[in-house]
Design a binder for this molecule. Structure first.
Ligand code: ADP
Length: 221
């Protein structure tokens, strides 16, 4: 497939915390010229900017609990109404996470494909505790590389830090929410015939190649 002329793609990305979903979503967004819509990033921006949504979201996010479906729908509904979504579709990263969110999404927009980026829980636990994020550009790296670069981002020189919800307590809360609420949501997409599962282990470029193959078999093939 050529990388320029294609119709908008509408993808939902699932994956445990630390599966590499954010990194892969950003890569796919560039490849398919589709907006990368990360609800986690949008909410962290709202918290940093002190908007009403951010004020409401802050303590829930820090403790690793899910925000209410109502609040999430307000956030996502508005984002999906933008012109770039109309033109390029979307790669949704972090939404939907509950069955009511999934039902609401399909009322707003059709979805071509949902992908479950599968990484076992013991692997994500290790990745999350070592995760470091650039406070300026959001680039994600790990503790070992952060130490080697003196705590500075390799891309922009910004300060690398640990996410406030990458604490052992919040990690276990987030994984529990994933198992209790998001795994049934994934099964919901599966029952609709919209799901593919992709192995998320291995070097990022290999995972990307698997994702592209899975997408093109269904959507753009
Ligand atoms: P992670 O998937 O690693 O837990 P995200 O960056 O995707 O982190 O999201 C961070 C936090 O934002 C979540 O723990 C939750 O509090 C909130 N959040 C993001 N998306 C949703 C959603 N769809 N429903 C409810 N809460 C959400």
């Amino acid at each position: 497939m050529s990388e320029d002329a294609h119709r908008p793609i509408r993808l939902v990305m699932f994956g445990r915390q630390g599966a590499g979903k954010g990194t892969q979503s950003a890569t796919l967004a560039e490849r398919y010229a589709a907006p990368h819509i990360s609800t986690g990033d949008m909410l962290r921006e709202a918290v940093a900017a002190g908007t009403p949504v951010g004020i409401e979201a802050k303590s829930w996010m820090e403790s690793g609990r899910l925000l209410s479906d109502d609040l999430m729908l307000r956030v996502v509904d508005e984002r999906l109404a933008s012109a770039d979504v109309e033109k390029g579709g979307f790669i949704l990263d972090g939404f939907p996470r509950t069955i009511p969110q999934a039902e609401a999404l399909l009322e707003i927009a059709p979805v071509d494909l949902a992908i479950d980026l599968e990484v076992p829980e013991d692997v994500v636990l290790e990745r999350l505790s070592a995760r470091r994020v650039c406070s300026s550009c959001g680039n994600v790296t790990n503790a070992e590389l952060a130490e080697a670069s003196g705590g500075r981002c390799a891309l922009c020189g910004g300060e690398l830090e640990q996410r406030r919800d990458d604490t052992p307590e919040a990690i276990s809360e987030r994984l529990a929410a994933y198992n209790d609420q998001t795994v049934p949501t994934i099964r919901w997409f599966e029952q609709k015939g919209l799901l593919v599962t992709v192995d998320g282990l291995g070097p990022p470029a290999e995972v990307t190649a698997r994702l592209v193959a899975a997408i093109e078999a269904v959507v753009a093939g």
